[in-house]
Design a protein around this ligand. Structure first.
Ligand SMILES: C=C(C[SeH])C(=O)N1CCC[C@H]1C(=O)O
Ligand SMILES: [Zn+2]
Length: 597
């Protein structure tokens, strides 16, 4: 009878849970050893362990699928079985599994070890993405030097194209073995919502007008600074926006600010002046979480994390990441942290992942993940929305007084935040729009690059600094493309983090929609344990319930909703519309001559 089968299933699941966290721990250790020290030995070891685990997982899967779990009455039992029933890449035959693992590791190490020559000193070819190239992109105001690093980085990273073609093939093969039509369907499966892509498209439609206003203003200001290299009505040249991928534009703030006369201090300089070190940045981040009655970092975090780029000359993956070792004790961050405000904010982002791991660590293994992957990306950013306010920075003594001219400074602060949060939306959206079409075969290898630039033109309104062709492979210039990391999670995060922020700020009494003295963008939930407890309750759920129920636990609503972000940026939106009208600025962009052939 079903009761008897469910009893057997519970016993089976108990054992599977134990085996799974132990396997995950072993696999994560091997993956950490490779990512933090790229050597042939560590690569072989990582692949050996991963293949061994895949074999064992497949054995257990054969047993698991003998159960009639879709008929189980117990929701929780049914849900856990359903999660374990998706085998993922382990569905591949052993040899193809190893091939796919090696392909992704090789693409990731090509990216992690890529170096370019300096613009000013052609014999110095030691520049890595972090910190050297990043520093140039954020601080150089020489269009020729910016063009040099933009082009040279892509010359180095495009070499993985043949590997990427095979990556697509094997990923699709694995997806089909899981009864998905392609890797696209596999990537979207966990959102448990057939209308999910439509919901995302609708959010972008609601947010695009705000983006168009910001884009028009920034192009106008860049044109004032750089002249004809920035067209009046065309896309913005991608190399002038302070970021290798033009995904966030915060580093052009200092010469495009709405009210330059009341420009505040450079926070990065203040961090350096106050002798912050990477460790102190993470300790400060921890203090914020603990102030909300959330959990402190466990001893092994401080013992095992890599919080600065090692100076021993080793190759490692510098792209910031947070790791759960599934033993409920070992949680780590690996980040090549510089003492900059951007990295201080990223420290909160990464610690948000660790906090989520800590909050759901007592859940069954199958539920130790975000309600959906966008939630995982949002946790730290919610904290950072409070931390980045001048009100908070005064509380922690980074600045000694809040800026004088309130209204003008408010617009400046909103603009600074908008250069990161609003500018990011079309980039995050197009990253998987392109990959979904690649996995579905609608974009073929012969057109990878020009279809990429079609999206970059049409959705983001940017253009390359030099002509592109199919001999280039610009998507590979971005970590997530070569490392097989989906990106829709960040678009989701940048929308829902403002819903979470609004809910937490209302609980904290820091935001009141009817009280103009408490606008959302001035909210700081620091030390508010009521807000912290509400956030913690949502995080403890992990993926034990569908994400809409987790969303409802904190915000009282079940849908993703652009109104949080639009409420936060409302004052900036009005200011931009007025300013653009005053300057008679063209809104949008004419698709100028195709730069990809
Ligand atoms: C910091 C991380 C590790 Se999850 C990251 O990849 N992020 C954080 C924001 C967007 C995205 C990126 O850098 O592209
Ligand atoms: Zn993240």
């Amino acid at each position: 009878a079903i009761e008897e089968e469910e009893a057997r299933a519970r016993a089976f699941l108990k054992i599977l849970n134990e085996k799974t966290w132990t396997r995950n721990n072993k696999g994560t250790i091997a993956a950490w050893n490779y990512a933090s020290n790229i050597t042939d030995y560590n690569l072989k070891e990582q692949i050996r362990v991963s293949a061994e685990i895949a074999k064992e997982v497949k054995e257990d899967w054969k047993e698991l699928t003998k159960f009639n779990y879709n008929t189980f009455i117990d929701y929780d039992l049914r849900r856990q079985f359903k999660k374990y029933s998706i085998l993922g890449k382990a569905a591949l035959p052993d040899d193809k599994y190893v091939k796919l693992e090696k392909i992704v590791s090789d693409m990731e190490s090509a990216y992690a070890t890529a170096k370019i020559c300096s613009y000013h000193n052609k014999t110095d070819c030691s520049l890595s993405l972090e910190p050297e190239i990043t520093k140039i992109l954020t601080s150089s105001r020489d269009p020729e030097e910016l063009k040099h690093v933009w082009v040279e980085w892509r010359k180095k990273t495009k070499t993985v194209k043949p590997l990427f073609i095979d990556y697509v093939k094997y990923s699709n093969e694995a997806a089909r073995l899981n009864n998905f039509t392609s890797n696209t369907e596999y990537w979207l499966y966990d959102y448990e919502s057939p209308t999910f892509v439509d919901e995302i498209e609708k959010l972008w439609r609601q947010l695009k007008p705000l983006y168009l206003q910001l884009h028009a203003y920034v192009r106008h200001k860049l044109r004032q600074r750089y002249g004809e290299v920035v067209s009046e009505k065309g896309p913005i040249p991608a190399h002038l926006l302070g970021n290798m991928w033009a995904q966030t534009w915060g580093h052009v703030a200092d010469f495009t600010l709405p009210y330059p006369k009341v420009k505040g201090p450079n926070y990065s300089n203040l961090l350096a002046k106050q002798e912050y070190t990477p460790i102190k940045m993470f300790q400060e981040a921890e203090r914020f979480f603990v102030s909300l009655n959330l959990t402190e970092m466990p001893p092994l975090f401080w013992k095992n994390s890599i919080l600065e780029k090692p100076k021993d000359g080793r190759d490692l993956v510098c792209h910031a990441s947070a790791w759960d070792f599934y033993d409920q004790k070992d949680f780590r961050i690996k980040q090549c942290t510089d003492v900059t405000f951007e990295d201080f904010i990223t420290a909160h982002h990464e610690m948000g992942h660790i906090q989520y791991y800590l909050q759901y660590k007592s859940q069954p293994v199958a539920y130790r993940e975000g309600a959906n992957d966008g939630f995982h990306e949002a946790v730290g950013d919610v904290m950072a929305l409070s931390v980045a306010t001048s009100k908070h920075l005064k509380k922690i003594g980074l600045i000694d007084s809040e800026p004088a001219n309130k209204d003008q400074n408010d617009i400046n602060e909103l603009y600074q935040m908008g250069l990161d949060k609003i500018a990011f939306l079309p980039f995050a959206y197009l990253m998987d729009l392109w990959r979904w079409q690649v996995f579905d075969g609608k974009i073929t290898p012969e057109e990878y690059n020009c279809k990429w630039w079609d999206y970059r033109y049409n959705i983001q309104g940017i253009e390359p600094p030099v002509d592109r062709s199919e001999l280039d492979f610009d998507p590979a210039s971005k970590y997530h493309i070569v490392a097989d990391v989906p990106y829709l999670r960040y678009f989701i995060s940048y929308v829902i983090q403002f819903q979470f922020h609004r809910a937490a700020c209302e609980i904290a009494g820091e935001y009141d929609p009817n009280d103009l003295t408490k606008p959302l963008h001035k909210c700081d939930i620091y030390q508010n344990t009521k807000a912290g407890n509400a956030i913690g309750k949502m995080l403890q759920m992990g993926s034990s319930r569908p994400w809409r129920e987790a969303m409802e636990a904190l915000t009282g609503q079940q849908n993703m909703d652009a109104s949080g972000l639009l409420e936060y940026f409302r004052p900036l939106y009005k200011w931009l519309e007025t300013e653009n009208q005053k300057n008679n600025v063209y809104i949008g962009w004419k698709i100028c001559e195709k730069k990809c052939t």
